[in-house]
Ligand binder design. Structure first.
Ligand SMILES: Cc1cc2nc3c(=O)[nH]c(=O)nc-3n(C[C@H](O)[C@H](O)[C@H](O)COP(=O)(O)OP(=O)(O)OC[C@H]3O[C@@H](n4cnc5c(N)ncnc54)[C@H](O)[C@@H]3O)c2cc1C
Length: 266
C-alpha cells in the first residue's frame, strides 16, 4: 500500500487545454448530438488511432464563460478551488485545414456534457485536451467483435470506417431508448445487432448477455466500451471463462452509474 496520502500525490500533467468554440450542432438522433468545435488552438492536434479520447472542459454550470483551471499536481482546479466539469469523449472527424473537430455526445438525464450539448449554440466556448490513446488494430486478428452502449456509438462508428475490409466484424450495440438507433458506417463484412435494454435492467445487461452468447472464432479480437460494471462482467467472462488473453481484448468503462464524470478504468 502507498504511504503517500492521495492529496499529496503528484501525477503527470495532462496535455494543456486548447480553447475552442462551437462551430455547429447537429442532432443525429434524439439521443446523440454532434457538436463541431473549432479554433486556431486546434493547430497541431494529431489523432492517430481510432477510438481515442479527448477531454472536454465545459464552462461552470449555468454560465457560458469558460474559466481555465490550473493543475495542482494531482488534478485540475478552478481559481475558487472547485473542480471544473471535464468529460472524456471520442475525437471524430478532425479537419486540420479548417481546424474543426467533431464530437458526438449522448443525451441522458442529469449530465453536464449532455446538457451542454443540448443547449450548444455556435460561438459557445469550451476547451479540449488530448488525445489519449486509442485502439491499436491488430492486423493478425481473424475478426472483430465490437460491443458497446450508446456512449460507444461514436467510437464504434469510427472503428467501422477503419477496420480491414476483409475481416468479419460483428457489432452489438445496446440502446436504452430505441430512438438511439442510427445508421452506422458501412463495412463490407460487418453485421450489426441492436439490443434494447429491458426496462429496469441495469445498463449493459443486454450487451453482457450478447457477448456471453457470441460465437467467437479463434483469433477474434473483442473491443467493448460502456457502463463500467457491465464492462467488468464482460472482461471477467472473456478472460476467466473463455480464457482469452488481455491482448485479445480491449474493454473500457466509459461511465459509471450514479457517478458524474467518466469511468476511465482501462
Ligand atoms: C475513452 C472514452 C470515450 C468516450 N466517448 C464518448 C463519446 O464519444 N460520447 C459520449 O457521449 N460519451 C463518451 N464517453 C462517456 C462519457 O465520458 C460519460 O458518459 C460522461 O459521464 C458523460 O458526461 P455527462 O456530463 O453527460 O454526465 P455526468 O455528469 O458525468 O453523469 C451524470 C449522471 O449520468 C449518468 N451517465 C453518465 N453517462 C451516461 C450515459 N452515457 N448514459 C446514461 N447515463 C449516463 C452517470 O451515471 C451519472 O449518474 C467516453 C468515455 C471514455 C472514457
Amino acid at each position: 500500500m502507498s504511504a503517500t496520502p492521495p492529496s499529496a500525490r503528484i501525477r503527470r500533467e495532462p496535455p494543456a487545454f486548447r480553447r475552442v468554440a462551437v462551430a455547429g450542432v447537429t442532432a443525429l438522433t434524439p439521443r446523440l448530438i454532434r457538436v463541431t468545435v473549432g479554433g486556431p488552438d486546434l493547430d497541431g492536434l494529431v489523432i492517430e488511432q481510432p477510438a481515442a479520447s479527448v477531454r472536454l472542459l465545459l464552462p461552470p454550470a449555468g454560465t457560458t464563460e469558460l474559466v481555465m483551471p490550473t493543475w495542482n499536481g494531482n488534478e485540475f482546479l478552478l481559481p475558487d478551488g472547485s473542480r471544473p466539469a471535464i468529460r472524456t469523449l471520442t475525437p471524430l472527424r478532425l479537419d486540420p485545414a479548417i481546424q474543426e473537430l467533431d464530437l458526438e455526445i449522448v443525451v441522458h438525464d442529469g449530465g453536464a456534457a449532455s446538457a451542454w450539448a443540448e443547449a450548444a449554440r455556435p460561438g459557445d466556448k469550451a476547451a479540449i485536451s488530448g488525445p489519449g490513446r486509442g485502439y491499436p488494430i491488430d492486423a493478425e486478428a481473424a475478426g472483430f467483435l465490437l460491443g458497446g452502449d450508446e456512449s460507444a456509438i461514436p467510437a464504434i462508428s469510427q472503428l467501422l470506417e477503419v477496420l480491414p475490409d476483409d475481416k468479419p466484424v460483428h457489432v452489438v450495440v445496446e440502446v436504452a431508448d430505441p430512438a438511439a438507433r442510427l445508421e452506422l458506417p458501412k463495412h463490407p463484412a460487418a453485421t450489426v445487432e441492436w439490443l434494447d435494454l429491458p426496462p429496469g435492467a441495469p445498463p449493459g445487461d443486454a450487451l453482457v448477455a450478447a457477448v456471453i452468447g457470441a460465437d467467437l472464432a479463434p483469433g477474434t479480437r473483442v473491443w467493448a466500451a460502456g457502463e463500467a460494471a457491465a464492462m467488468q462482467r464482460i472482461r471477467r467472462h472473456l478472460l476467466d471463462e473463455r480464457n482469452m488473453s488481455r491482448s485479445e481484448t480491449w474493454i473500457r468503462g466509459y461511465w459509471k452509474t450514479g457517478r458524474a464524470g467518466d469511468s476511465d478504468d482501462d
